[in-house]
Design a protein around this ligand. Structure first.
Ligand SMILES: *Cc1c(COP(=O)(O)O)cnc(C)c1O
Length: 366
C-alpha cells in the first residue's frame, strides 16, 4: 500500500454534495467580491477561534503583511521572528518595509524562544512575530509579557494552527493580530488561495480591511495606499462547509500523533515535544534524525511519502543573501533544517497506513 503525504481531493470527495451546494449558492447570490458568504464565514471563523473580529484576505502572506502595516510597522522598524520556519513569515516583514530580526528557536518545540527574544530587542524593535510551527502553539504568555515590558506588538503566524489551543484557549486572539492561511493543504484549506486575520481590536480589524480594499472605506476615496487582498466569496462558501469538520479532522490528526508518539518512542529519533499547556493542531508530525536523508530514502522505498519542512532556513535563501548571514549564523535553525522529516498525518490517513509508517520507520531507525 502507498502512503501519500497528502490527499487534497479526499475532503472534497467526502463533502462533495455540501461543497457543491455552497458554491452554487454563492454563484446564485450575485456577490463575487464581498457579500453574504464572506460575512458568514468571517463570523463563523472568528467565533470558532474566540476572536471578536475576523477579516478575510487573499492569502496568509497578505494577512501577515497587512496586519504589520495596520499596526503601523514599516521602514526603520525591526520585527523579531524565528530563524527556522517558512519563508512567508520573514517575507511579510520585508513586504511591510520593516527589518526581520531572526532569533534561534527552542530546538525541542521549534518555536520562538522567549529568552532569546529579550536579547534581540533594540530601540527599533516594534513587534514580535511567533509562528505556531507545525501546529504547536508558541509559548505565548512569556512572549506577551516581554511585549508588555517593552511596548511591542504581538502578531501570530497561525497558518499551521487552526484549532490549536494554548492553555485551553483557542489560538486566535492572544496577540494583537492572529494571521491565518487557508492554503489547500492547511488543516482548514480552501480550494485555492485564501487567508484571514483575527483580532479583538475593532479599529485594527477596520484598518486591515481598509488596507486590503485599496486603502478605501468609501469607493473612489483612498485614505492610504492599500492593496487588493480580499477573500473570494466562493472560497468563503467552501471554507464554511469545511469549518464544520475541522474539529473532527483535528481529532483524527491527534489520534495519529498519539499513536506515532507511543509506537516510535524507543526509536533513534527525536519525536515532537508537546508542553503540558499545549493542544497542538498537528498540522505536521515532524521527527528529527541525524541520518535524515537515509531515513527518507528507506521510507520512500517502503511506499511512505515524507516531506521536509523546511530544507533551507530563511537566512540561507538567495532571496536574503543581502543579510550577509552565512553558514553558521544560526546553528540551531541550520541543524533543524538538516534533520527534520515530516511523516504523513492528516484526515486522509487510515489506521493501516499509519501502521505501515510506524513499521517502516522502526525498520529504518531501530
Ligand atoms: C502557509 C503558510 C504561510 C503562508 O500562507 P499562504 O496562504 O500560502 O500565503 C505563512 N506562514 C506559515 C507558517 C505557513 O505555513
Amino acid at each position: 500500500m502507498k502512503v501519500p503525504f497528502l490527499d487534497l481531493g479526499e475532503a472534497y470527495r467526502a463533502l462533495k454534495d455540501d461543497i457543491d451546494a455552497a458554491v452554487a449558492r454563492a454563484l446564485a447570490s450575485g456577490w463575487y467580491v464581498g457579500g453574504p458568504e464572506l460575512t458568514a464565514f468571517e463570523q463563523a471563523y472568528g467565533g470558532s477561534v474566540g476572536a471578536r473580529h475576523c477579516v478575510g484576505v487573499a492569502n496568509g502572506l497578505d494577512g501577515l503583511h497587512l496586519a504589520l502595516r495596520a499596526l503601523g510597522i514599516g521602514p526603520g522598524d525591526e520585527v523579531i521572528t524565528a530563524s527556522n520556519g517558512y519563508i512567508a513569515t520573514v517575507l511579510a516583514i520585508s513586504m511591510a518595509g520593516a527589518t526581520p530580526v531572526l532569533v534561534e528557536p527552542d530546538p525541542l518545540t521549534h518555536n520562538l524562544d522567549p529568552a532569546r527574544v529579550t536579547d534581540a530587542i533594540t530601540s527599533r524593535t516594534k513587534a514580535i512575530l511567533p509562528t505556531h510551527l507545525y501546529g504547536l502553539p508558541a509559548d505565548l504568555d512569556p512572549l506577551l509579557e516581554v511585549g508588555r515590558q517593552h511596548g511591542l506588538k504581538l502578531i501570530e503566524d497561525a497558518a499551521q494552527a487552526h484549532g490549536a489551543r494554548y492553555k485551553g484557549k483557542p489560538v486566535g486572539a492572544h496577540g494583537d493580530a492572529v494571521c491565518w492561511s487557508f492554503y489547500p493543504s492547511k488543516n482548514l484549506g480552501a480550494l485555492g488561495d485564501a487567508g484571514a486575520v483575527t483580532t479583538d481590536d475593532p479599529e485594527l480589524a477596520d484598518r486591515i480591511r481598509t488596507l486590503g480594499n485599496y486603502g478605501s472605506h468609501q469607493r473612489y476615496v483612498n485614505e492610504v495606499r492599500g492593496v487588493n487582498s480580499r477573500l473570494d466569496p466562493l472560497q468563503a462558501a467552501v471554507l464554511g462547509v469545511k469549518l464544520a469538520h475541522l474539529e473532527e479532522w483535528n481529532a483524527r490528526r491527534q489520534e495519529t500523533a498519539a499513536y506515532y508518539l507511543e509506537a516510535l518512542a524507543d526509536c533513534d529519533l527525536v519525536l515532537p515535544t508537546v508542553p503540558e499547556w499545549a493542544d497542538p493542531a498537528w498540522h505536521l508530525f515532524v521527527v528529527r534524525s541525524a541520518r535524515r536523508d537515509a531515513l527518507q530514502a528507506s521510507l520512500a522505498e517502503a511506499g511512505v511519502q515524507t516531506l521536509i519542512h523546511y530544507p533551507i532556513p530563511p537566512h540561507r535563501q538567495e532571496a536574503y543573501a543581502d543579510l550577509g548571514l552565512g553558514a553558521g549564523a544560526f546553528p540551531i535553525a541550520e541543524q533543524l533544517a538538516g534533520e527534520v522529516l515530516s511523516l504523513p498525518i492528516g484526515p486522509h490517513l487510515i489506521r493501516e497506513q499509519a501502521e505501515q509508517v510506524v513499521s517502516a520507520v522502526r525498520k529504518a531507525a531501530a
